[in-house]
Design a protein. Structure first.
Length: 150
């Protein structure tokens, strides 16, 4: 049986792995941005504060996990609303379609709102690819979590 709580948990776990990959690849210089730093920086720019970088990172992680939980919850809530069978809900095709929607939303809404420009071009011309990789990681782990939890 799928529930909102299951979606929230799967979203948090998948978002944690995604955020970890993002931050590690950024620190290694393989990616040009970190989702954790983007989220934290945006929050503090919004409230017009400039705390130490450690506070930005911790806040960004919290924000990233919260949004990941919400996206996981929305997925299962939407599936329940549509009356989808749990076997369908936890299959890779609908999860992949949903994750592509999240990726496009990131490129054309979240990154511009966070000050990174359309498709994140302010940080790198390849941000779209970095985000695709990260959202692929989210999809794989979300799929695995749902297989275990649903």
């Amino acid at each position: 049986m799928h529930s909102l709580m299951t979606g929230l948990i799967a979203g948090v776990l998948s978002g944690a792995i995604m955020g970890l990959f993002s931050h590690i690849l950024f620190r290694l210089g393989l990616f040009h941005s970190s989702l954790i730093l983007i989220d934290g920086s945006f929050f503090f720019r919004t409230i017009k504060r400039q705390p130490p970088s450690a506070i930005i990172s911790v806040s960004g992680l919290g924000i990233h996990l919260l949004t990941s939980a919400l996206f996981g919850g929305f997925y299962l809530a939407g599936a329940a609303f549509l009356g989808l069978d749990p076997g369908v809900v936890r299959s890779l095709l609908p999860i992949s379609i949903y994750t592509v929607f999240l990726w496009l939303s990131m490129l054309f809404a979240a990154l511009p709102i966070a000050g990174q420009g359309v498709m994140g071009r302010k940080s790198s011309p390849y941000s779209w690819l970095e985000q695709l990789i990260l959202h692929g990681i989210f999809a794989v782990f979300f799929y695995l979590c749902l297989r275990l939890l649903v």
